[in-house]
Write a protein that binds this ligand. Structure first.
Ligand code: H2B
Length: 117
């Protein structure tokens, strides 16, 4: 696999390498597509309230699988049935496309468990 498929992107829409720090503008643009998320300094954060503690843990387990697959891991705070996810790329010292991508996947996990509840 090439380590970049830059050639696939028109230059105006080039999103850079997954591990590059994002500009403030790119973070703002990404958050427009992630309405559940807000920026908190070098991280993006969302909370999700599930119908029960076991359902919340189900979300955590799904996110654990997604994080392992991506080799990118969120901070997770569990308070009964409310979860708080905080994403940042520690190796880069801030936000990268990896965080945007994982945020999208976490939304999918929350929605799937909500729909099953
Ligand atoms: N997760 C996050 N959020 N930031 C990192 O810098 C990071 C990670 N580094 N998961 C990964 C694992 C690194 O330790 C491995 C070796 O790629």
């Amino acid at each position: 696999m090439p380590d970049c498929d830059c050639a696939a992107y028109p230059s105006r829409h080039h999103h850079g390498h997954m591990t590059e720090l994002l500009s403030d503008d790119r973070i703002q643009a990404a958050l427009e597509h992630l309405p559940e998320w807000h920026r908190d300094g070098d991280a993006i954060v969302r909370e999700a309230k599930l119908p029960s503690f076991p359902r919340a843990i189900e979300v955590v387990n799904r996110v654990a699988e997604l994080a392992e697959s991506a080799d990118h891991h969120p901070d997770i705070d569990i308070r009964w049935r409310t979860l708080r996810f905080s994403l940042s790329t520690h190796s880069a010292g801030g936000l990268t496309e990896k965080d945007v991508s994982l945020a999208t996947e976490i939304d999918g996990a929350v929605d799937a468990v909500m729909d099953a509840s």
